[in-house]
Design a protein around this ligand. Sequence first.
Ligand code: PRP
Ligand code: URA
Length: 660
Amino acid sequence: MKEVNLTLDINEKPPILKWIVLALQHVFAMFGATILVPILVNSAAGQTVLTIPVALVTSGIGTLIYILCTKGKSPVYLGSSFAFITPLALGAVKAGIAGAMTGTMLVGIIYVVVAIIISICGKGWINKILPPIVIGPMIMIIGLSLAPTAISEIGISSDATFTDYKSIVVALFTFLVTAFVMLKGKGFLKIVPFLVGMASGYILAIILGMVDFTPVMEAAFFSIPDFIVPFISYTPSFGAALTIAPIAIVTIAEHIGDHTALSTIIGKDLLKDPGLNRTLLGDGIATFAAGFLGGPANTTYGENTSVVGMTKVASVWVIGLAAVIAILLGFLGKFTALVSTIPNAVLGGVSLLLYGFISVNGLKVLIENKIDFSKSRNIIIASSMLVLGLGGAVINIATVGISGMSLAAFTGVILNLILPKEDEESENEIEVDKNIEEKKEDDSLTAENINNENLIILEHPLIEHKLSILRDKNTGTKEFRELVGEIGMFLCYEAMKDATLEEVDIETPLKKIKAKRLNEDKYAFLPILRAGTGMLDGLIKVIPNAKIGHIGMYRDEETLKPVRYFFKVPSDIKSREVLVLDPMLATGGSGCDAIEQLKKEGVTKIKFLCLIAAPEGIEKMQKEHPDVKIYCAALDENLNDKGYIVPGLGDAGDRIFGTK
Ligand code: PRP
Ligand code: URA
């Protein structure tokens, strides 16, 4: 994974003042969402299930537990999870606080069990059970099932007896401010649109006389939050808990996604170190502790990941202090009383966006993973899940009521496992690059019968000679690096065969002539980091004035999908012909993604130069970018299970840089 220049690394402690300021940024980032969850759960359940002080305290305690479980190696903040708003409300409607809290603790236990299984069996199985076709509709259900709550908060539901125009104005204003900040906010503001929206709506509500400050007057400055503890405050209720627990299916996927994003930002693979088993264990114990004290289930906060990305401060000390501040805020009675005076209309305004926002994220999962809805299998899974999840289904088995949302989750998982895959299915499972498996089953795809259109293979004894040294596992780093550069240079010669030259007047020692020159300003190179930079040496020897862009990506070892972490190209890239450099074209994921980014920048002339290509990569490239010529020094047999080219040369990046 690419090294990122962090202002403060994970274990670095900032000086005290800076430490406090940085921690407060995290508190602001998490605050809006963390307090919104209890307010919205209570509103959806029609009763007080959660309180803001307990939510703040359990978020802080949860974060500290997570830090301990991950041995201080992962700068993640845990706050109240949106995914549990509907399940907690349903659990509470069924069995009051006992139902909601037992369910939350059960979710924590599920995380811990999954963490233990991952420690023993690895994490590949999760992706098999939870592919995007199950996760996407589940997220949509979570958001959409809350839609009626937003409408009744605004006061415009069909059963409202009169229309309060003040409420509508406040809700609309809150909505518009939130949307505006989302669209136009810069820097830190962009991370906290809901907080800004709520604050603005609240001020308008005060001006319109809709806020009653009596609870603030009556509240003590300091007060102990109303913790709700099992066997003291209630007897656990497992029937209703089963309404809540299946949502762990979605939140485990969310957990993995958040950690992947943060890993890219800080340049350290957190799923490896401290490991998914530890991060999930931390999240699980934190969620159990939250349920135990009467708080909402926790989740890893994207808002705080954005703060890390923005400040480049990954210090766990900062996250830890933010957690302590959250705990202290929970004990400030006046403050939490003030927050509780936020009128429903303000909440309706943010919910209008928030619930839709959650559902749209479900759509995003489907789109980003290119789920093909012309396939009956995908239609069947998504349709049945949506109808069960949103139609108000309940199945009562003895004292246990299985809600529509849980039914949808079970149905999705089971249908995905049992429904036969259609022949032409191209469903993107997160773990397995199906391209490889399909190609393996498809005997017809070999180096012999690959489509040669736009494919130029250097056939030259010298190239073959150099490649044989390169492929040899006993070749050392120095020689390997030199050879990659040299072959890169030969590829460049070939790729420049069709270059147009410009006429210039020159004078030889003997006479004046019209000669032809290359306008080097028309070219740019784009090495794909890391390994592509190995070829760059050779290319800049022959076109020294070409400009150079960089695209950073690494292949996720499990999914084989490229994970992009950097993109910087010359400002005039559009007007240049770009040679994309990468020694290996394996599945083709990295090459295709790099070219897609260039096309988004408006580049129209692109060539792809690689040392060794696999038929699978060529096919993908020809399919996705038929306009791009591929230049390679050798076309190999195929890919192995791990996505390595066979016979290949091993891991090009590691061999160039001597990292293994
Ligand atoms: C290697 C290689 C390509 C990519 C090819 O990079 O250099 O970029 O894999 O695989 P694909 O065609 O299946 O996408 P890696 O992820 O190992 O990163 P590195 O260059 O930093 O070693
Ligand atoms: N990346 C490499 O470095 N080598 C391969 O064989 C495949 C991808």
